[in-house]
Design a protein around this ligand. Structure first.
Ligand SMILES: CC(C)(COP(=O)(O)OP(=O)(O)OC[C@H]1O[C@@H](n2cnc3c(N)ncnc32)[C@H](O)[C@@H]1OP(=O)(O)O)[C@@H](O)C(=O)NCCC(=O)NCCS
Length: 188
């Protein structure tokens, strides 16, 4: 499946972008990428991605069977401009489930990059035998992502009321959305 990468895609404004799995030599690029993400968005990530030790740990222990990080690189292929991770458990009751998280560089948003990457990972997940893709979104904060997920037929299965706190200490609901995958392309 991964032999299909690198893959060129064209964004809405005609820019060519390269998609491929993250490699160990991307450590510096990934750190730079996360440091460009506004602090109010980074707050809702699970790790402090501006900490070089966190990023070092990830690239040192790449295990695509557990976490597949798909990155998009700019036209010059020198900067990471988006990062999408597919998290899996290769054992037991969770084998058929994939968990997604995506972040796009603010300078490249609204160009369909997020949509293309999600479509790409959906195709990949189908090939890996994943049956359910799950993503969590912070209500009233990750509105663009919720909109994009709806468009790709993710539907809300649960709301965890007042579950996460923003930087000002206000509670927000966490929405759990799922997309069921079928082993053919009838979905599209
Ligand atoms: C969500 C995110 C990945 C979308 O990336 P993107 O490349 O800008 O997405 P696209 O250009 O493919 O747009 C997807 C849809 O969202 C819509 N959208 C973009 N920004 C929006 C906003 N601020 N509010 C509502 N909808 C928005 C787009 O219009 C598009 O819908 P359309 O096809 O009806 O026009 C990006 O905004 C991001 O990184 N956000 C911060 C991190 C985050 O919230 N991650 C989600 C957690 S899983």
């Amino acid at each position: 499946m991964l032999e299909d990468y690198p893959k060129a895609i064209i964004t809405k404004d005609g820019t060519q972008v390269l998609l491929r799995p993250l490699k160990p030599e991307d450590e510096g690029r990934l750190l730079k990428f996360f440091r460009k993400i506004p602090e109010q968005e980074r707050w809702f990530l699970r790790d402090d991605v501006t900490d070089p030790r966190v990023v070092h740990e990830w690239v040192e222990h790449l295990d695509y069977a557990r976490v597949l990080p798909l990155v998009a690189l700019n036209e010059e292929e020198e900067a990471i401009i988006a990062n999408l991770t597919l998290h899996r458990r290769p054992f037991g009751a969770w084998r058929h489930v994939g968990r997604l998280r995506i972040v796009v560089d603010p300078d490249y948003r609204g160009q369909r990059l997020g949509t293309w990457m999600l479509l790409d990972i959906i195709r990949l997940a189908m090939g890996l035998g994943i049956e359910k893709l799950v993503a969590e979104f912070v209500a009233d904060v990750e509105t663009a992502a919720i909109h994009a997920a709806h468009k790709l037929d993710f539907f809300k299965v649960a709301t965890l009321p007042e579950y996460v706190k923003d930087r000002e200490g206000r509670y927000h609901d966490l929405l759990v959305m799922i997309k069921n995958l079928h082993q053919d392309w009838s979905d599209f």
